[in-house]
Design a protein around this ligand. Structure first.
Ligand code: ATP
Length: 292
């Protein structure tokens, strides 16, 4: 107890910040791995490191074994980024997306106006069998694809969308891209997916809708000219045959904060609670030390 109190007395603000930062780093790593298969790997890694540390004392006299253990730890450190490459990549991607989302919050755009215009225009286009492809940009910039089309800068209205996709008009071919609640371009060429669509009758329009969502976090709405159906693609997957009500639900969901952002807020709250508890424990121990 005395040793512990002595150590606590030596603590300075800098060392507290230092300990806090290291704890924060470990907390962040463990939190981002929570619920993934990587947790089992982390557990195995911890057990291995613990064994190496425990055995390094008693095995001091066994030179060959000591040599092996001493070299095992640095090798493990090199192995970590290789073993956890997919998890590290995903974590960095998430971090980037959270930053971009907070920076360009789509809630600032006239979201209700956009949703209303789309919910009115899409069923009407489908009814008339006017093929259409509409892409809603989120955090991944779509400038490369905007540049392939005709630049516009117009409010999103049902009338504008109906006019653009009316057959035989100059702009009806290709995709409309919506950014920050405005139609920024029409007639845009999108990347095509090469995957199997599950229906051999689906052609290039549907391939382009899935293609753009494979390379970005955008949402694409497709109205089929042949079938008169409304489909939505997101994250490389497509949901088909939506009615106006389901389309509205999907759009409202799309414009609400993504799971990464909601998770970051939760994460910050848990961190604050953890910090508060750490302070209480620290002051209780210090108080006990002062009374002795
Ligand atoms: N790379 C592309 N980017 C954007 N739009 C494209 C692209 N390729 C094709 N399109 C659009 O798709 C139209 C052709 O659609 P196609 O009939 O092949 O597709 P589909 O998926 O069967 O759709 P539909 O059911 O409407 O016929 C083109 O006229 C063009 O407007």
């Amino acid at each position: 107890m005395r040793d512990l109190l002595y150590l606590l007395d030596q603590l300075s603000w800098i060392s507290l910040i230092d300990i806090g930062l290291v704890a924060l780093l470990f907390f962040g790593i463990l939190y981002s791995l929570k619920g993934t298969p990587a947790v089992t790997l982390v557990r195995g890694l911890f057990i291995l490191i613990l064994l190496v540390l425990i055995l390094s004392g008693p095995l001091r006299s066994l030179r060959a074994m000591r040599w092996l253990l001493e070299r095992a730890l640095p090798a493990l450190l090199i192995a970590i980024p290789i073993i956890f490459q997919p998890e590290l990549r995903r974590a960095l991607e998430r971090l980037g997306r959270v930053g971009l989302w907070l920076q360009r919050d789509p809630r600032g755009a006239p979201v209700d106006e956009v949703i209303e215009a789309l919910v009115q225009a899409c069923p009407r286009l489908a009814e008339r069998r006017h093929g259409a492809l509409i892409v809603l940009e989120r955090t991944t910039g779509l400038q490369t694809y905007i540049d392939t089309g005709i630049r516009l800068d117009a409010r999103v209205t049902p009338e504008l969308l109906m006019t653009i996709f009316a057959p035989n008009t100059v702009l009806h071919d290709g995709a409309v891209i919506i950014r920050d609640g405005r139609v920024v371009a029409a007639g845009c060429i999108l990347p095509l997916t090469t995957g199997w669509l599950g229906d051999p009758q689906l052609g290039l329009r549907h391939r382009a809708a899935i293609g753009i969502t494979e390379v970005s976090d955008a949402l694409a709405i497709v109205i089929s000219e042949e079938r008169g159906t409304i489909s939505v693609a997101l994250n490389g997957r497509m949901v088909r045959r939506l009615d106006a009500r389901r389309l509205e639900l999907v759009l409202r969901n799309f414009y609400s904060p993504p799971p990464e952002v909601a998770q970051t807020y939760r994460w910050l709250q848990e961190l604050r609670e953890l910090g508060r508890r750490a302070w209480v424990i620290l002051f209780t121990i210090r108080g006990a030390g002062g009374k002795q």
